[in-house]
Write a protein that binds this ligand. Structure first.
Ligand SMILES: Cc1cc2nc3c(=O)[nH]c(=O)nc-3n(C[C@H](O)[C@H](O)[C@H](O)COP(=O)(O)OP(=O)(O)OC[C@H]3O[C@@H](n4cnc5c(N)ncnc54)[C@H](O)[C@@H]3O)c2cc1C
Length: 804
């Protein structure tokens, strides 16, 4: 056994084998995999192993496409062919129009990744799958590439190829401890000896938290028991003369694929069970949980109704095994929060289908620092402090119960809520707030006009449209107040604070005390990593502010680049909350409850100062995401309610109205302002993203050389604003922008601009289709909707309003 290597991958299931193989493909061949038992002895060996291309984001579709391509290659390997039933086709069923709309949207989104799905009606579903009835069925989404693979030979094939490239695999080798050294390298302790390495990867399946604990980390991953059974031969399958397509059913919560001449049916029962919460026996290996078919009776009935042939056949065998879940259903693939040189590929609940792609994206991150797609949807840092074991279990259960029921826009499911709150949460609830969830924070979405007001979840504009219009109008003509909680705020202190920020930000951000500026951080590939509002509080320190979800991500990045600078970094995210006061009367309201001169001359746009709002100490910034005259008032949470009361009291004379996140979204679209991880992605550089004025090529900054190299090649895309000719639905992120039958762009954000009365979208477009005036269409919910490129920031383009 080696005692020294570059990377040690712990765990020999699909996650570990795929990571090992892809590390060798990315150029790291001195790598090792350690497995406590034999390969695939965790969950992988008994997987139903279905492989679909379906995903709800382009990153997920892209990584699944990679799996499929790789598995086809392995199937066709004459030396070691893997059994892969590729191309049986698969149908996701639907019995509501909203689900069908979702499928149409996901089909539009997949098209941008070169994947063609079909949305078909009920009769066509039954024609393609002769065993199903059309009762209570509207139709479905057809994935022609659907299939299943033999999990054991897949992992062996990956390990075999990795070994050929130089990697080593140590079976029957249990990792018993991890020690990080002063230079951030690791010692992996095993029952066969120690291995020193640069990088460790946790790929331990349901034992993720045993290995996590060895490095002091609790990962938000829980296991659920999950069952399938295999039937005896079904005459209808033999008679059909072709393999049955796969089925996934959100109506009755099961999946189904052909196994020999019978069917394999897996169930997501409501009466589901977590597994291993209080520890896992060390002997549980190559093992299963006891069968428990009673639990699935409700689901089984739905499957019988859909496929009456099932009632005629016996069950050959039952499999009940642990399957891992996270808080939002997507796995954790990437850097382990707060650790250096430590990565994970965990929480995979569809690891056979996705594992090829996840291992590919992880290996790229390890070797190159970034993957070819923006990986935020699978980034382990996307849950910050709230990712506890208790919350994870509640969310895992909820997610399991809704396995095939995708989230609709604006839908936030109830399990575990409220998670993160401020003293204002109950106050705003009493005012009628409907809440959305942002990184666990309960944030007011809009204020209900009546206590029983509800919206219908779907892809069209909903009943809240007019409510939001009213809130926007109040902000535009008078004054509004909104709570923005969870905003990420990192205090940058020390003599090198400005030099450090100048090093990581690609523009020249103001260093003047009392001034605020906006800056962008690039990764080592010259693409957009982060966005920051830099506020130079007059008596120091500097605040680095960014999106609520960015807390751990940005801290990691800043800490990773702080060597050589005399700076200290401290997160204030959970200590303060912002009250946004916006609208032409905002200054009057602030002046009425806060001592000091708030005139335009004394406190112009982009200023920051300390003040009191009522009796509450605050940091006030004259910045505006709405495009109106506005103040961001940052208040310590223990005095937030006091500040709120002072603002409400002062606002009464000016008709102050509360507004929520949906109004903010509408207004920021009218201003051309961008959202991190919607419009600001690691796949594009700042010029492609339209951030030219925030880049200064005459200074040094992280990512500059790579940016120069990208510029020499010319842009691959341009972020543009679009006017969309629809009054019934926004363009949802991911929708394909079309020129005839050709995809020329992808929507990143879309919403109705209430002040300009326009349906607005942003999209990354092929550069030759990015000129203002270009006419294209957007594939929206199956329709080609006309759109044209417009100049960004249609509301108050001269920026006179925020200057007051
Ligand atoms: C019943 C069932 C059906 C499923 N059907 C599908 C499906 O149709 N399609 C699909 O895509 N997915 C499916 N899945 C999910 C899929 O099987 C899993 O996502 C996948 O197998 C997880 O792989 P993994 O490598 O992450 O974990 P595992 O396969 O559990 O591998 C982890 C490995 O780490 C090793 N290990 C743990 N601790 C240590 C240690 N300390 N030292 C050394 N080694 C260690 C273990 O021995 C194990 O081999 C199904 C799961 C179940 C339970």
């Amino acid at each position: 056994m080696k005692t020294q290597t570059r990377a040690v991958v712990i765990g020999g299931g699909i996650a570990g084998c795929s990571t090992l193989y892809h590390l060798t493909q990315e150029g790291w061949t001195d790598v090792v995999l350690v497995e406590r038992d034999e390969l695939t002895s965790g969950t992988t060996w008994h997987s139903a192993a279905q492989v679909t291309n379906f995903g709800m984001t382009q990153t997920m579709v892209g990584l699944k496409s990679h799996s499929i391509k790789l598995y086809q290659e392995l199937r066709d390997d004459p030396d070691y062919p893997v059994q892969y039933n590729h191309g049986d086709g698969g149908i996701r069923l639907a019995n509501t129009q909203a689900q069908m709309d979702g499928y149409r949207h996901f089909a539009s989104m997949a098209r941008g990744m070169g994947v063609e799905f079909e949305v078909i009606d009920a009769e066509e579903c039954a024609r393609r799958h002769p065993l199903i009835s059309t009762d209570n069925l509207l139709g479905g989404l057809w994935d022609a590439s659907d299939g299943d693979i033999d999990p054991a030979s897949l992992c062996q094939a990956l390990a075999r190829r990795a070994r050929k490239a130089g990697a080593e695999v140590y079976r029957q080798t249990n990792v018993t401890g991890l020690t990080q050294l002063g230079d951030d390298s690791w010692i992996v302790h095993t029952d066969k000896g120690d291995i020193a390495c640069e990088v460790v990867v946790n790929a331990c399946g349901y034992r993720v938290n045993e290995v996590g604990a060895m490095m002091g980390v609790a990962h938000p991953v829980t296991s659920m028991e999950h069952q399938y059974f295999v039937t005896d031969e079904i005459p209808g399958i033999v008679a059909a003369g072709h393999r049955m397509p796969l089925l996934r059913c959100p109506i009755s919560d099961y999946y189904c694929r052909q196994e020999k001449n019978g069917l394999l049916l897996g169930f997501y029962e409501q009466d589901c069970k977590t597994w291993g919460m209080d520890g896992i026996s060390p002997d549980f290996s190559n093992d299963l949980c006891p069968d428990d078919l009673d639990r699935i009776t409700d689901v089984l009935e739905g499957a019988f109704e859909r496929m009456p042939a099932l009632m005629e056949v016996g069950i050959k065998n039952v499999v009940n095994g642990p399957i891992t879940y996270t808080i939002d259903g997507a796995p954790l693939v990437g850097p382990i929060p707060g650790k250096r040189n430590a990565f994970c590929i965990i929480g995979l609940r569809a690891g056979l289908g996705e594992g090829g792609g996840h291992g590919w994206l992880l290996a790229q991150q390890i070797v190159h620092g970034e993957a070819c797609y923006d990986t935020w949807v699978i980034d382990p840092r996307r849950f910050t402090g709230h990712g506890t074991v208790e919350l994870t279990a509640l969310k895992a259960i909820e997610d399991y119960q809704n396995e095939f029921r995708f989230h609709f826009p604006h839908e936030h499911r109830p399990a575990g809520r409220p998670i993160k709150t401020t003293p204002l949460t109950p106050v705003l609830a009493a005012e009628g707030a409907e809440f959305t969830v942002v990184n666990g924070w309960e944030r007011a979405e809009y204020f209900k006009p009546a206590p029983d007001f509800e919206v219908t979840h779907g892809f069209h504009f909903d009943e809240a449209f007019e409510v939001v219009a009213g809130e926007v109008a109040a902000v535009q003509t008078g004054v509004g107040l909104a709570e923005v909680n969870g905003f990420n705020r990192i205090e940058v202190a020390g003599p090198d604070a400005h030099a450090f920020l100048d090093h990581v930000i690609c523009g020249r951000v103001t260093q003047k005390p009392g001034k605020v500026g906006l800056g962008y951080l690039l990764n080592d590939h010259g693409c957009v990593k982060a966005e920051a509002t830099v506020a130079n509080i007059p008596d120091g320190p500097v605040w680095f502010g960014s999106a609520a979800a960015a807390e751990w991500h940005d801290l990691d990045w800043l800490r990773g680049h702080a060597d050589g600078f005399d700076v200290s970094l401290r997160s204030l995210t959970n200590d303060h909350t912002i009250l946004v006061l916006a609208g032409p009367r905002a200054r009057d309201v602030l002046s009425a409850c806060s001592r000091g001169d708030w005139s335009k001359a004394a406190f112009p746009w982009l200023s920051v100062r300390r003040a009191f709002v009522g009796v509450a100490p605050a940091v006030v910034m004259s910045v505006s995401f709405s495009g109106e005259l506005a103040y961001e008032i940052h208040v310590p949470n223990n005095q937030l309610y006091a500040a709120y009361l002072a603002l409400r009291a002062a606002g009464a004379a000016h008709g102050l109205r509360l507004f929520g996140a949906r109004a903010v979204e509408s207004m920021r679209m009218e201003k051309g302002y961008l959202h991190w991880k919607a419009d600001l992605l690691t796949e594009f550089d700042p010029f492609e993203t339209g951030l030219d004025r925030f880049v200064k090529m005459d200074k040094e900054f992280v990512g500059k050389a790579a940016l120069e190299a990208r510029c020499a090649k010319g842009p691959g895309a341009r972020l543009v604003s679009l006017q969309v000719e629809s009054t019934t639905a926004p363009a949802h992120p991911g929708a394909s922008v079309m020129l005839g039958d050709e995809v020329v762009g992808t929507v990143t954000s879309g919403d109705w601009g209430h002040r300009v009365g326009m349906n607005i979208a942003y999209a990354f477009m092929r550069p030759d289709q990015a000129e203002v005036g270009t006419q294209i269409s957007i594939n929206m919910l199956g329709e080609a909707v006309k759109a044209q490129v417009i100049a960004p920031g249609v509301y108050d383009p001269e920026m006179t309003l925020p200057r007051g």
